[in-house]
Each structure stands twice: as structure tokens, then as C-alpha cells.
Design a protein around this ligand. Structure first.
Ligand SMILES: NC(=O)c1ccc[n+]([C@@H]2O[C@H](COP(=O)([O-])OP(=O)(O)OC[C@H]3O[C@@H](n4cnc5c(N)ncnc54)[C@H](O)[C@@H]3O)[C@@H](O)[C@H]2O)c1
Length: 395
């Protein structure tokens, strides 16, 4: 597969290391509007063909697929251009700045018949995949409660560089530079972590978002620092469970930590993922009486990078698709409105059902006799939300 890398910043380096290590993948060109970054990246990975614009790369055309690692705001225009040229697209998250743009990208990719995938990186965590397998096999019984958090501390710590002077952090703090703050940046990851892990969809949202004062006048150079850097969300899930989901860039002491706790009538599980390690623990069966938690060993799973390459070779559309990411984007849009209006909002019921992809990896997970049927992955229609049912007046 001949691959080009569009956007050669920090995440592109991480991606290129994965793609370079795979048989059958050749990175044939790199594209960046910044000549310095383009040269550094291409020199480092030994890429000869270099383009200062995507248009030039498309005019050249000698590639099968592109990985789109541009900043969030650029995903829409660049992915649409690649799709129009008939190229398969692996796009960084969040797919777009809003649901309407994301849906347009999903429609375009589907109409063109190209493989489209969004890099929701934490699908690569084997413990998350195993947790979902346990839920689908009914091992936790009916799910009642879900807690999920994504904690970062780069507004406090300098471990990843200094946000006060580096453009790669500053664009993430500014809505006029296309960022939906921590909600759009890593919120999209934790929404997926929670919904995918619990094998259901979010259908009710009440959210609070906050951008804290960080610089004199709330501005550094061209960057107005108005994008949220903490959010909290209470959610309802399609399977009837309640949940709390939150994320912050102010979580001092946590560089990058995701946690998911799923509580069911037959047992509970907890997934923790950090840059250094991942863990799955469960409290199941007789352990419920003593609240004893045990580590659960899990097998490795293929990465998004491996699944994208396989999809291009086989022509089988993988998950998470642009359409899935567009649905998730709806939750982000809803959270922003919820903060403005200080009220809960409800997603419309699905208009289309697709079956859940089978989890071959965990064929050994036996369903328990009392297994509840989990709802299939849902696709929503174009309308964003509906008013919640009026609540009965309190006595
Ligand atoms: N999946 C993950 O876990 C993960 C992690 C980090 C970043 N990301 C995502 O990856 C994307 C890039 O993030 P980053 O940290 O590498 O940002 P970055 O700012 O370091 O790099 C972006 C690069 O894109 C280039 N660029 C901008 N406009 C362009 C255009 N029109 N055509 C070609 N190049 C263009 C910039 O010059 C820059 O070199 C973002 O969407 C971000 O959300 C995902």
C-alpha cells in the first residue's frame, strides 16, 4: 500500500513509526504547509517526495491512501479533497469541528466507496477490547452505572513542552483556531472509551465546560485562549445505564490517564490506561460479596494502523468509520449547547441500525445463562437533538 502523510507534526511521527514497521506499507510522500517541519520529518523517515500543499500531492497522485494528521480544523477540507481524488483516508480525531462537517465527510467517503477510518487510538488498548467482549458476553449482567475519565496535566506540567510558547499546544486552546478544547481533543477519546467499552451509545447529555484564565487578557499572540480545558458530563446510555464522564488538562499528577469503570448486576470491571501500562480488573461472581478485585490477563489486539492497512487490502470497511465518528461528534455538539443552555439534551432515536462487528479475538468468552441482549451499534439521523420529555412536577 502506497501511503502519504498529510501534516508532519508530533502525531505524524508517532503514526509513521507504526506504519513504517508494517510489511506491505510504503510511505511514498509527505505533505506540510510548513517547510521546516516537512523537511525534518521527511529527512527523519527517509521520504523523498515532499509537497507544500495537498493539491500538489493529489495532482501527482501516485498513492493509494493518506493518513490525515493535520490540526482538527483542516480535517474537513483535506479529507474531502482526498476522497474526491478516490484515495482511502485514515483521519485523526476529532473527525471535524462539528457534526454537520463530520457527516458530510462520512457521506462523501461512503459515496466514493473509499475506506475511511478515524484514529480513536484507545481502540488499540487490549483491556478495552476485552472489557467490551465481557459486556457483550453478558458476564456483567445488566449494566447500571458507568464512570469514565481522561486526565492530563499539560497546563500545569512541562513534561510535554510549554503550551505558552508552542503552536502545537496553543491551537488546542483556541476556538478560533478550530479547537473544541479538551472536549473535542481528548473528550472524543473518552466518550468512545466509555460507549465502546460499555457496548452502548450515549443518548442523553448534560455537560459543564470551563476555560480557566491562563494568560493576561486571555490571549497569547494570535491565540485567544477561550477553548474549554475541563469538562464534566452526566450522560444516559441507550442500554438504560447512567454515567459520568469527565476530562481535564488541569489534572496535576496525571500526564495521560484513561479510566473506565462499568458496574453491572453480576459484576464490575475497571480499565486503566497510562502511557506506561494498562490494566483490567474485575469483581465478579462470589467476589462481589467481599468486594475483591482481581487482575484479568488479556491477549493482544491489532492496532488501528494494522486494521486500516488490512481494510485497504481487503476492501472491507473497518470500525471506527467516519460515520461512527460523526455520531460521536453529535455528543460533543450537544455538550456545547448543554453548557450554554444549562440543561439536559436528548439525542433522537436511531433511524438506521447496523450490526455490531463480531469480536473474533475473544471467542473464548462464554455468555452467562442470564446474558442480556445488548443493543446494536446505532447510527443517528441528521437532526441533532430533541427536547427531553417534560418531567413530572416534584411533590
Ligand atoms: N489519536 C491520538 O491519540 C492523537 C494524539 C495527538 C494528536 N492527535 C490529532 O492529530 C492531529 C495533529 O496533531 P499534532 O499534535 O500532530 O499537531 P501539530 O500542530 O504538531 O502538527 C500538525 C501539522 O499539520 C501541518 N498542517 C497544517 N495545515 C496543513 C495543511 N492544510 N496541509 C498539510 N499540513 C498542514 C502543520 O504545519 C503541522 O506541522 C490533530 O487532529 C490532533 O487532534 C491525535
Amino acid at each position: 500500500m502506497r501511503l502519504i502523510v498529510v501534516g508532519t507534526g508530533a502525531m505524524a511521527t508517532s503514526q509513521a513509526n507504526h506504519f513504517k514497521a508494517m510489511d506491505g506499507v510504503e510511505i511514498v510522500a509527505a505533505v506540510d504547509t510548513d517547510p521546516v517541519r516537512l523537511a525534518e520529518f521527511s529527512d527523519h523517515f527517509g521520504i523523498e517526495k515532499r509537497f507544500l500543499s495537498l493539491d500538489e500531492a493529489i495532482a501527482w497522485g501516485e498513492f493509494d491512501a493518506a493518513t490525515n494528521v493535520t490540526p482538527d480544523r483542516m480535517h474537513h477540507a483535506t479529507s474531502l479533497a482526498l476522497i474526491a481524488a478516490g484515495k482511502h483516508v485514515f483521519c485523526e480525531k476529532p473527525l471535524a469541528e462539528n457534526h454537520a462537517d463530520a457527516l458530510e465527510m462520512a457521506h462523501a467517503a461512503e459515496a466514493a466507496g473509499v475506506i475511511n477510518m478515524v484514529n480513536l487510538t484507545y481502540r488499540n488498548v487490549p483491556q478495552l477490547q476485552y472489557a467490551r467482549g465481557m459486556v457483550l458476553a453478558g458476564q456483567l449482567g445488566t449494566i447500571r452505572h458507568v464512570e469514565a475519565s481522561y486526565l492530563q496535566s499539560w497546563l500545569v506540567s512541562r513534561a510535554w513542552g510549554d503550551w505558552r510558547s508552542e503552536s502545537r499546544w496553543l491551537w488546542r486552546l483556541s476556538t478560533s483556531h478550530g479547537s473544541n478544547g479538551v472536549l473535542g481533543d481528548v473528550g472524543i477519546h473518552i466518550l468512545d472509551f466509555a460507549a465502546y467499552g460499555a457496548a452502548t451509545d450515549i443518548d442523553h447529555v448534560f455537560s459543564r465546560l470551563k476555560a480557566f484564565d491562563k494568560a493576561p487578557g486571555g490571549q497569547i499572540g494570535e491565540y485567544k485562549l477561550d477553548a474549554n480545558d475541563s469538562f464534566t458530563m452526566s450522560v444516559g446510555f441507550a442500554n438504560g445505564a447512567l454515567g459520568v464522564i469527565h476530562a481535564s488538562r488541569w489534572a496535576t499528577g496525571h500526564l495521560n490517564e484513561l479510566k473506565l469503570r462499568i458496574y453491572g448486576e453480576l459484576g464490575s470491571i475497571e480499565v486503566t490506561h497510562r502511557p506506561t501500562d494498562s490494566e483490567l480488573r474485575g469483581c465478579l461472581g462470589e467476589d462481589i460479596e467481599t468486594a475483591t478485585w482481581r487482575n484479568i490477563d488479556v491477549p493482544a489486539v491489532p492496532t488501528n494502523y494494522e486494521r486500516f492497512v488490512k481494510a485497504v487490502i481487503t476492501g472491507q470497511q473497518p470500525d471506527p468509520s467516519f460515520r461512527y465518528a460523526a455520531d460521536l461528534q453529535k455528543v460533543i455538539d450537544l455538550a456545547i449547547v448543554s453548557e450554554k443552555e444549562r440543561r439536559e439534551l436528548t439525542l433522537l432515536p436511531p433511524v438506521e441500525i447496523v450490526s455490531m462487528p463480531e469480536i473474533q479475538v475473544f471467542a473464548d468468552l462464554e455468555p452467562l445463562p442470564v446474558a442480556t441482549e445488548m443493543p446494536a451499534l446505532r447510527l443517528m439521523d441528521d437532526t441533532l437533538w430533541q427536547e427531553p420529555e417534560p418531567r413530572p412536577a416534584a411533590d
